[in-house]
Ligand binder design. Sequence first.
Ligand code: AMP
Length: 609
Amino acid sequence: MSRIVGIDLGTTNSLVAYVDESTGLPRVIPDHDGQALLPSIVSFAREGVLVGAAAKRQLVRRPESTVYSVKRLMGRGYEDVKEELCYFPFKVLPCEGIVKIQIGSREITPPEVSAVVLKSLKERAEAHFGEPVEKAVITVPAYFNDSQRQATKDAGRIAGLDVVRIVNEPTAASLAYGLQRIREGVVAVYDLGGGTFDISILRVKDGIFEVLATNGNTHLGGDDFDRAIVVWLLDDIREKHEVYLGRDLEAMQELRLAAEAAKIRLSSDERTALTIPFDAFTYHREVTRAELERLIERLVDSTLLPCRMALADAGLAPSDIDEVVLVGGSTRVPLVRRRVRELFGKTPHSQLNPDEVVALGAAVQAHILAGGITDMLLLDVTPLSLGIETLGGIVSVLISRNTTIPTNAREMFTTSVDGQRTVDMHVVQGERELAKDCRSLARFELSGIAAMPAGMPKIEVGFLIDANGILQVTAKELRTAKAAAIEVKPTYGLSEVDVERMVEESFTHAEADVEARLLIEARNEADTVITHVERALGQGGQLIGAGEREAVATALEALRRARATDDRPLIQTTTTELNRATEHLAEVMMDAALKGALASRRADELMEK
Ligand code: AMP
């Protein structure tokens, strides 16, 4: 079992977590200073690349080469992010449909920046386990589109990680609270971080999460709370010390840090003291929780409208929500918790650390994918049917679409030609009747089958999809015990759009597909009958009269001619006629065989006596 870690690649902070085998519980991995949160900040200094807290310290000194909030740029084009650019002191350039960040003379893509963060987490995990870590589950916001998800995967690849699954952050948070165990229900995930607010409404049914609606505000979070406190402090300082610090970058940075620290203390304390030493004076004052709440109330209340909009989009009322999950550091603010409780009329889940809950859930998903949780709940379904190509190019489906995974299926096949020693196995995916219209996944050969008449070999084909979505196909000829196998990843390179298109095509072509399949099946049947009759005529033709032989030959010829046309009813009736014309021949041959068998038995008995 290879180890898979769970990673929350956040806008502000990132974390890595795993499931502790001894307790079965997810845990975050701290760095050597005991810090679980790695600031998602990368500074490109002349001396080298800094990441995390070390990079954060460069924010003021080297703003033009210190990249933060790069998640906002992942997988996006210049037009998408134009409005964001005023928030960044570093230069962002358009580049062939994506954006690049200019650092000195270098141009760096957002996935390359994220890869630095991921690599640091990978190394942290490797130091923790004392072994290489190569696989990860990474979380993304539920509203991330395909290219944003792909960019996240690319970041993993650049960091040397195989991203085995991209999981929605609200799904991960729900997993951390074990909500996949609810048989059926609706979960609201309220995520208020440093700079973003997301509300997601999920339906969970039989362990599968479906995103019903998302809403939010990409520029609202704890940083805005800090800014509100800073503005208030600037006024207070102007009043007390007759100086306006709003244009002094370093003083502003000091104020911001002090404001955030005070805000954090006020989540647990009713009042706190603020002391900020400046060059000319030291500023000091007390702040109460009530004062803080007055400053941020408007901001907190502004999260409630997106919640109502998401509910409306999902066609639900607040009372339809069964569980509420809190995510993000800013949900520690007591006023936030109060407002959420009032809106949904439920006490939200908040036992887990809201900064860690997404990473913990990613670890749970990773553990499931690695096969560590076997009694649990399937988190996925096969998007398209899987099968093999059989005689005439028809698809025989072994696992139908929307089957929950892991799953397996088995079916028996045989050969169509006498003495056939090898069978070509063609694994296909799709909803169409003919293999040529489906997606070809893999081909392999089962060889070394002993020469037998057509239809005699017993070829057992097995499909097994594990929790990773990896399909293993095995083919085994039971009489000769020859086997072959192959592994494929059916979802590789498959987008949701592809899946939709393939399902839709199966509807539009349904009638023609079924007709094509029936024609091929009629021809296959005709071929089998023709082969049998030819063999019977050769072996037992002398047992019937010349007239009957003539009649069989005529019916045989008629079927050969019909077989060459596309006229399915004609092929079917001439097949029936040939069967009927040979009924007597079959009986005579059976009698002869039976007599032969009896005769040899009698001979055996005589020998024994
Ligand atoms: P996240 O983006 O989820 O890491 O959340 C970061 C935000 O949470 C920052 O604005 C922090 O200041 C804020 N935060 C962290 N801890 C607390 C706390 N105890 N009380 C209030 N805000 C907090």
